[in-house]
Unconditional design. Sequence first.
Length: 719
Amino acid sequence: MTGPAAALLAGLVWASSAPAQTGFTPEARSRQRALEAGLVAAIRPADLDSMARVLSAAPHVAGTPGQAAVRDTLLAWLGAWGLEPEVETYEVFLPHATEVELTLVAPESIAFDLVEEPVAGDPVTRLEPYPWLNGYSAPGRVEAEVVYTGWGLHADYDRLAELGVDVEGRVVVARYGRAYRGVKARLAEERGAAALLLYSDPDDDGYVQGDVYPEGPWRPWSGVQRGSVLDGGGDPATPHGPSLPGAPRLAAGALAERVPGIPVLPISYRVAGEILSRVRGADIPETGWQGGLPFRYHVGPGPARVRVRALDDRDGPRGGVKAIHDVVATIEGTEWPEEFVVIGAHIDAWGAGANDNVSGTTSILAAARAIRAAATLPRRTIVVAGWDGEEWGLLGSIEWTEEHAARLGAGGVAYLNQDAVGGTRFGAGAAPLLAASIREAALAVPGEGGSLLKEWRGGDTEPEVGDLGGGSDFEPFYQRLGIPSASYGFGASGGVYHSGYDTHRWMSRFGDPGYRNHARTAQLTAVLAMRLANAEVLPYDVSGLAGRLDSLWAPLRVMAVAAAGATEDDLARLDRAVDDLQAAGEELASARERYLSGRVDGATSARANRILIAIERGLGRESGPFRDGGVRSLTFASDPRNGYATLALPGIATAVREGSRERVRSEVLDLAARLGSAADRARDAARLLGGGSPGPAVPATFSAPERRADNPSQEVDAW
Ligand SMILES: [Zn+2]
């Protein structure tokens, strides 16, 4: 069916299922819809494909000429699109490997060739990416017997201890998976290991899962997962502020305590097989330790012995310090320029990085280009940022947020992150305040069944938006500054992560043939950013936040009683605070809808928005939930025991882990008070929108309400 009848019918269908677009007046809604249709049409898969081809032509590790070339390409493109990008340079401790050797010395001698084999037909795989040394590994020279430690986590070492196997002074081999590799490095060092070898077992990430590259998407025999083992984030040498040139830096001794003290090497499952097949001693303690290599695994120690030799440039003239360069373009808001929506993706990689993270880079570039070329500029400022040094420990984003903490704290509305988005299945994690906005925006992006939302939803339930844990550049925005954040895109099946096989050809064949999902991620980003930038009243979903906290509190509450001996009396205050926040959120939502369907007044909207911006900021405290570190959020953090996983209500959860009833009580009181303030703010905004009395003074920083907004840089402390 075509022609006017179809158009009319389509119009009727459209009107009857008027897409939710929270935060806009009816008239603004239709203007915004037209604007969004233009953004979606302007973002074409072929453009992302050709950008990706250029950006993934060669390895571009932070601090190398390859990465400088990527930076210059971004500057040229953004400049040509009228975006006036700037470079923000930081000087960070970033030691690069200079020599890495691994040799089996017993029961026989094999000098391993630490190279990923090139694949015919994919010339980029001939360009050797970063050497086989994990980021921030210590240099060193070690020769010792080998012990296999399963996943190399707490419980695994406990099992070894039960078997009477001591890892002290030995070279330990651990599988990747289940936790951030930096946690494994820290544990190996704490247990006295002399060196750690990390490998991807084919059972998790290789031929057991499916055909390996180039026949299929999975990790081939010589594929290696590189990656940082820094425990924490940001430049370890400048814990107190941004690593601007000339900034005070920790002396070598103090710095050494903040980085791993043993050599940590990523190895292929081929090399791991050569070593592990020569490990005997005790049988593995549980069946889960058996991987997919074709022999029975044992824990040792020995008789396999290896020699590790790893050198880096930290003893060189610059002490391992290098410049990293964020690329930042600002599209100034026409009405509320001091309020920001930040779109970011990291622009460094371990190799050619077609998925991680050329995919995210092309997404923010395409979104920025479309937004800049749109018929109307955004009402709030949109900042587009390419972060350097993410792979080493979120260096570029943490240093940048430290430098700009004051203005971000005062006016940050949202941060949208894109990291490894070029796969087949859409997924999203977000601050609960933003979850509904993502679902609403996904309705404006094409997809199977009519929209990305339909495709994402599958059946007829609402699609799940996950909680943000750790491992990418949303961390400093969300967990340190209290800016509602989101991270989304299409996940890839298959294992070329951090290897030399994460290439344009792999992506074109297996990850996202045709680059359609790259384009759809960019379309979602453009639509979502423009909505958040143009909304008359910010669309934060406060009752959604309360609902999410309620569902996370329920199981933790049970544990607080069981593991810390908390009583009903200790905990009831948080139950009430969550319920009250729910009610306040509903009052806000209906006041917002009423206000937007009536006469809107710019000054009232602006004041309500100032109050709404403060809600997330109030959910953290200066001292944070953990003993050390820059994380301040008391609602969501990354679990220090895991590094990637979310730890919900981290203050209370930590108290429960400590088994401390006293601390559980004080954490419950603290969070209940903060949720109480959030409810007050939601009601203040609701009253204001309903024509009531003005809202109170609003703190602009994440945590302490008594702090002054004009001096928040002091609030950025060490992680
Ligand atoms: Zn990444």
